[in-house]
Design a protein around this ligand. Structure first.
Ligand SMILES: NC(=O)c1ccc[n+]([C@@H]2O[C@H](COP(=O)([O-])OP(=O)(O)OC[C@H]3O[C@@H](n4cnc5c(N)ncnc54)[C@H](OP(=O)(O)O)[C@@H]3O)[C@@H](O)[C@H]2O)c1
Length: 245
């Protein structure tokens, strides 16, 4: 889907791969992130890769002025406007239990800000009756596990929001795709004790997101996380509670 893609969390490894995919298809891009220097470097690269235009926007997840400026920028952008949400943090669970500020920042960046940003852009999506919304959730949102239930709770909130948003926007022909990556090969998981499964490749996910955006729904990536999560969801509680993962 061409037109303009607003990429939030543009410095994220998964967002960078998606921006390269969108550039390849000649899309206009708005890169929104916290690090202007890094965005400027990406801008040049994406132009060389075929993007029709690239604009950078300063965006911190909980900054209302940044959000307002982004909405104004979206209103001027080449239609249809689409959104790719990649902002997120995954601090250590024990650290978040001990630090209310850290826990609040995680919920704000993973969930609250996504909801507020989609809410702010909703009138534009309703009016244009086109475009798409892609939100990066996680398999961690499917069932709260001992090892990462606070992060998982933020992604479960995002999943419920995505379902309702998709239902609302179905009347306006705007698909919402909730992506549930398993463990991906990005800085977020480097150095962590990951399950003994192949890591997802950002470029692969970017390609599938590009192909699936127009259909909406839910996407597990890599595909084998769907049967794994189905099994985990149906584990009896007594067994589930004894597992250390
Ligand atoms: N990697 C995985 O295995 C995996 C699995 C499931 C879901 N996901 C989800 O996929 C998304 C992208 O993750 P990733 O693996 O690409 O991780 P990443 O490279 O660490 O990217 C996370 C991005 O979030 C941005 N960010 C964090 N807090 C922010 C804030 N307050 N305001 C603005 N930006 C903020 C970071 O900005 P800076 O560049 O400025 O730090 C960074 O660009 C996240 O939502 C993550 O939860 C990842």
């Amino acid at each position: 889907m061409t037109g303009t893609w607003i990429i939030l969390g543009a410095g994220s490894a998964l967002a960078k791969a998606f921006a390269r995919e969108a550039a390849k298809h000649g899309a206009h891009l708005i890169l929104a992130g916290r690090n202007p220097q890094e965005l400027a470097t990406q801008e040049q690269d994406l132009r060389l890769r075929g993007a029709a235009s690239v604009t950078c926007a300063l965006f911190d997840a909980m900054n209302e002025q940044h959000r307002g400026a982004l909405v104004a920028m979206a209103a001027q952008a080449k239609a249809p406007v689409s959104l790719y949400w990649a902002i997120g943090t995954m601090p250590e669970e024990a650290a978040m239990r001990a630090d209310a500020v850290l826990c609040t920042q995680m919920v704000n960046s993973n969930f609250t800000s996504a909801m507020l940003t989609c809410n702010a852009l909703l009138p534009l999506f309703e009016q244009q009756k086109a475009g798409a919304i892609v939100l990066l959730g996680s398999v961690a949102g499917d069932r709260g596990r001992k090892k990462n239930y606070q992060y998982g709770a933020s992604k479960a909130g995002l999943a419920a929001y995505a379902q309702g948003l998709a239902a609302h926007l179905s009347a306006f022909q705007v698909p919402v795709l909730l992506v549930k990556p398993g463990v991906m090969d990005t800085p977020m998981t480097w150095g962590k004790k990951n399950p003994p499964l192949p890591l997802g490749v950002p470029e692969g996910l970017a390609k599938v997101c590009w192909q699936r955006a127009a259909r909406g729904g839910t996407l597990y990536y890599p595909w084998f996380w769907w049967p794994i999560m189905l099994a985990i969801l149906h584990l009896p509680r007594k067994i589930f509670n004894k597992l250390n993962f």
